[in-house]
Design a protein around this ligand. Sequence first.
Ligand SMILES: *Cc1c(COP(=O)(O)O)cnc(C)c1O
Length: 410
Amino acid sequence: MVKKQQGYRTSIIHAGTSRETGNVPSAPPIIPSATFVMPPDHVDAYTDPTYDWSRHVEEAESVTEYARHSNPTVRMLEKKVAAAEGADSAAVFGSGMAAASAVLLHRLRAGDRLVLADVCYVAVSEFAHDTLSGLGVEVVRVDPTDLEAVQSAATSNTKLIYIESPTNPIMRLTDIAAVAEIARSVGAETVVDSTFATPLATRPLDLGADWVIHSLTKYFSGHGDALGGAVVGSKDRIRALWQDSRIKQGGVLSPFDAWLIARGMDTLPIRMAVHETSAFAVARFLEAHPKVIRVMYPGLPSHPQHELAKRQMANMSGMLTFQVDDGPKLARIMARHLEVFQFAVSLGQQRSLLFYLPEERIGQPPFHLSETALRGYKTYAGNGIFRVSIGLEDAEDLCGDLAACLSHMP
Ligand SMILES: *Cc1c(COP(=O)(O)O)cnc(C)c1O
């Protein structure tokens, strides 16, 4: 019998879970054990003087020794994440930042150049400037929508080009295929933080990227009750990362959080469909509102990169930003009067969240923006933005909540 390729939702739900029959649990178990009893044939093998220790890593995938190396619940999540990205392999970490810093520390050495998007997740920006520069890595910031600038920044000592699409918080997109081609032309690798997009929108590996990073805390978990991160890539790359970062740096994910995220992931495809539909409804409502100056949502024709969004995002996701004349005033009103949204950072969960990012904050050290980068930032974020994560509530309630707050504005 020829095995039929499973559908996308089936593969996410079933990847990494047991197909045993009989008196076995239907739901995947949580295995919190820190260590695992060694099977006798494994002990026989490695006590043999001719044992090939280079095989040890490969065997660690089937023989679990110690939970910092591998754990069955964590392994299940890794198979689900790989299935979601249509990739060979994934390694999960204790947070999105643990995943991002693992790849950066794994691939970069003193004297190497990192080409980093001028606007990216703020902790990545800080890590590059404070930690990587301190280790002798040359960090060069570019506007990744300016492909000529990316090309000229990509010198022969460039090891990684690191981008994020759409970018947190300004909703700017990057043409992943174009940047990956530039990276390849100088023998560098491309890293894409795809947290905002999710694999429902974009598969960076199919576009030529080498590494994909997700904050699993966001859409993958989907319920705002667990922190986690993932790196996705080819089997060889993930194995080397796993040995280097997971085993030596040790930023592992706990089995309980892996279990929560795996549980959330089963509904990732259907949740993303609802996030997208509601985000469209809220984006259109805001765009039509007289007190709103501008809305940034990749799904709207008014987004400056809408054509790229149509090409690169099969789902427009649930993230948007908007601007009003007096952002600080609306922020203070919202913090007191919102009834459905929560005024909180983070994103990608069932509850809708929003927060306000004032212009003054952007010019400050953690963002490390040059004058030109700041100008680029402002073309997307004006004098301050509300970043909105559309949850799974009814879209009419979300629009009503925003309308009530906007009605307090002069
Ligand atoms: C949240 C986030 C991260 C960091 O993830 P944590 O799980 O909070 O460590 C990285 N990149 C993006 C785009 C994010 O939104």
